[in-house]
Design a protein around this ligand. Sequence first.
Ligand SMILES: Nc1ncnc2c1ncn2[C@@H]1O[C@H](COP(=O)(O)OP(=O)(O)OP(=O)(O)O)[C@@H](O)[C@H]1O
Ligand SMILES: [Mg+2]
Length: 592
Amino acid sequence: MLKTDDSTKIRLLPEDVIGRIAAGEVVERPAAVVKELLENSIDAGSRSISIDVKDGGLSLIRVTDDGEGMSRQDAICAFQRHATSKLRSDADLWSIRTMGFRGEALPSIAAVSHVRLLTATRSDEVGTKLDVAGGLVGNMTDAPPVAGTRIEVTALFEQQPARKKFLKSTATECTHIIRVVQQAALAWPAIQFRFTQNAQELLNYPTVRSERERIAQVYPRAFLDHGLPLHDGQTGASLTGYIIDAVHAKPSRIPQELFVNRRPVRSLTVSHAVGEGYGSFLPRGCHPRFVLFLDVDPERVDVNVHPTKREVRFSDNEFIHQLVRRAVRQRLSGGVGAPGRDDTEVSERATPHVAVSWPDSSGMPTSRPTETTVLPQPGPEIQLAFVSEAAEPYVRVPAGEVVALGQISRTFLVAQVGGDLVVVDQHTAHERVLFERLYRAWTARSLQAQPLLLPDPLDLSPDHVALILRHQEELGKLGLEIEPFGATTVLLRSTPVGLGHVDPKVFLEDLLEDLHQWERVPTLEARVRSVLASLACHGAVRAGRSMKLDEIKVLVEEWRTEGEITTCPHGRRTSFRLSTDDLEKMFGRAGW
Ligand SMILES: Nc1ncnc2c1ncn2[C@@H]1O[C@H](COP(=O)(O)OP(=O)(O)OP(=O)(O)O)[C@@H](O)[C@H]1O
Ligand SMILES: [Mg+2]
């Protein structure tokens, strides 16, 4: 039995508590080691944490922090099973405010690897170096008194060949580690996180002051640009974060991040409530996307229900479900409790890319039309028609012929098609037209690239540059020539022929989201469709751009030629149609 006295912070737990702490497989893969070490560094009050790995963590995982460190006595205790400084009694299990509490992680890691610990507290005159191999504490020597802790894990699973066999490629293991680091980073914006693999820096998130700024470091800009801030609270629980505006939802599920008391977890209750909150706001085939921080009174949530703490249990599920569902619903409908639309949305609507060149039938952009809303010319003939019988007898426009009538709110085009009244959303309809053309050209292998004359260097994070480079060749086949231009910059050299103006910076953000998905989508066709859909969306005329009657006619005709499909590639509606029969019924003329 280990002796403890008041000078040490780590104590053995009473047996009954040990019994209550579920044992479990903590170390399933390198990312799980990183998760545990990061959580320890966070609990130690670190301001800056560096994670360095080699070969997806299999050769080396090293986590260095500037936290409170450990005394020599604590350093030995740390590798004892069920030894923790974070929990003292049974009652504490119900008010956990630290990431760790089981006193299990370090001994579990040390049981399946070689661990070297270097640590010192701020008051230590000499630091401690300790080697632990196969669970056995070995050499302890002096080390420089650098305040903080560094843990190096090598030879992971060397004695567990069965476990090692289950691991995936180093690239996949690295991706899992990146996820773990990103999740920790999202939850702790005030901590700096750096991550390198094989000496190459893949992530670097300097300290920021808000969750919003951290989200901007982690996710492509498009998420925040189309995200709605959420803030809702009640006694015992509060919900903050961002949810994607329903009109910008996509088939993508990235991100779907939930943190309960800063812990990254999955929760059926919460995902279900988010889904219900979106309800019918969500276009078909699209998913909610969110980064949500749910802070619950520690007494109302059990965090000790999963071996790697990936799940939690709420004492009152219905209360949490209601809170989340209501907050999401109210935010989407702009109702009570929803803060005003934030600046980014305002500026998005005001950015110049809402006015685009309209390609003529040759696919070449024509000059920009004037910005006034176009209505049918109210000439004297029309006024005359009001007061007297029209000279011409009533005629139905021949089937298929399009008569452009005008535009409403610079967004909806109104036309007569044969005997029908058709209202078309100019953006989604054009998006559909462009998508069908691009897709046809791709299947016929005739997709051509149009070089951009003066490509601007676009700044990205190193992992995003790497993501693009991994798919550079496939993207080239879609007319997207993207070249690296330094470690954190790329050039977009071409887009496919036939699109309107594409803002490279904004497009790239969406492309990155598609590429995130690519890594999970097995079929080439599905991958290609997602990127072509993004291209079509960016190349299509925006809502807010006024259109002349001849442009309206061309677009409605093109939309008809492409099959009058009633949704855009992202599932949003393109059109609405009323036949003469419908109109007659509506006005009580049916049966005349
Ligand atoms: N980076 C660190 N800085 C300071 N102290 C640390 C650090 N890592 C571990 N410790 C100390 O070692 C103890 C054991 O760590 P370990 O991760 O095994 O258990 P825990 O964090 O208490 O609980 P859990 O098993 O749930 O993670 C911790 O309670 C803490 O006191
Ligand atoms: Mg721990």
